[in-house]
Design a protein around this ligand. Structure first.
Ligand code: CP
Ligand code: NVA
Length: 304
């Protein structure tokens, strides 16, 4: 049985196969060919945190594949009244066929995976957001035809999405430059893991240097879910790390701009860039659906 807790749980060949499957599912969406592939199968979606894209795209993916998705807010589960994670995982394994979980602590999703008899998918933790990266790679590949050798610049907080981008870059051979303020560097264990994989990752405190010659500029919120208490300090510390037209001028003329969304116009990115011609954020959001369909088929044992 396979879990997806980290994007690094996928080897290059598996990742490529999933992206190929996602492209095909996207092309054939609505034609009915996939309508029964997960018939009578159920996905439990545990959420400790808010979500728009992840929740809706997983739910629609299950519906379109002929299965069913259950939204399980931790507040409404006995988990929220101190039933253990392990008991929850074991009991859910008797009813459903896979679990997605969006959690504060990465250890929670690890514990679910340890105890469950069914696949567990990390739908975002404080450490990683692997499902986001599946959609991101699909989007980059659609726009640029290749992944290997592209230059990606991450501008802002070295957060969970950044951590998964680092590992994904290592797996597919993209050159990555992360520009963040001192104290906001990505997780050191992730950096070491990526370097072991041969990743060409550079950390800088200079956003202009990072953006120079970039094929892709990528950013995310300055205040992630769980960081709300640090909001004031974060807004000050990250103020120079915005994607705006000035920064875009340093990138390649055909540079694309990614943001996993939700976005805060005027903070990590200006409205002009987010809503401008370089931005592909809506394709990126749409691709969550196609990439996760491929993932669900792969994990729930119905590979085509
Ligand atoms: N990008 C992303 O995961 O969005 P949601 O928080 O809306 O799921
Ligand atoms: N880094 C953000 C991503 C939201 C999709 C967070 O964790 O809140």
């Amino acid at each position: 049985m396979t879990h997806l807790l980290s994007i690094s749980d996928l080897k290059y060949e598996e990742l490529t196969q999933l992206l190929d499957m996602a492209s095909e599912l996207k092309e054939k969406r609505g034609m009915g060919a996939d309508a029964d592939l997960l018939k009578n199968m159920s996905l439990g979606m545990i959420f400790e945190k808010a979500s728009t894209r992840t929740r809706v795209s997983f739910e629609v993916a299950m519906t379109e594949l002929g299965g069913h998705a259950l939204y399980l807010n931790t507040e409404d589960l006995q988990l929220g009244r101190s039933e253990t994670i392990c008991d929850t995982a074991q009991v859910l394994s008797r009813y459903i066929h896979a679990i997605t979980a969006r959690v504060y602590s990465h250890e929670t999703v690890q514990e679910l995976a340890r105890c469950a008899d069914i696949p567990v998918i990390n739908a975002l933790s404080d450490l990683e957001h692997p499902c986001q990266l599946l959609a991101d790679l699909l989007t980059i590949r659609e726009q640029k035809s290749i992944l290997d050798g592209l230059r990606i610049a991450w501008i802002g907080d070295g957060n969970n999405v950044c951590n998964s981008l680092i590992l994904a870059s290592a797996i597919v051979g993209m050159e990555l430059v992360v520009a963040c303020p001192a104290g906001y560097e990505p997780n050191s264990y992730i950096l070491a893991q990526a370097r072991d994989l041969g990743c060409d990752v550079t950390i800088t405190h200079d956003p202009t240097k990072a953006a120079e010659g970039a094929d892709v500029l990528y950013t995310d919120v300055w205040v992630s879910m769980g960081d709300e208490e640090e909001e004031e300090k974060r807004l000050q510390d990250l103020a120079g790390f915005q994607i705006n037209t000035g920064l875009l001028e340093h990138a390649k003329p055909d540079c694309i701009v990614l943001h996993c969304l939700p976005a805060h116009r005027g903070q990590e990115i200006t409205g002009e860039v987010l809503d401008g011609p370089h931005s592909v954020v809506l394709d990126q959001a749409e691709n969550r659906l196609h990439a996760q369909k491929a993932l669900l088929l792969w994990m729930m044992g119905n590979e085509r």
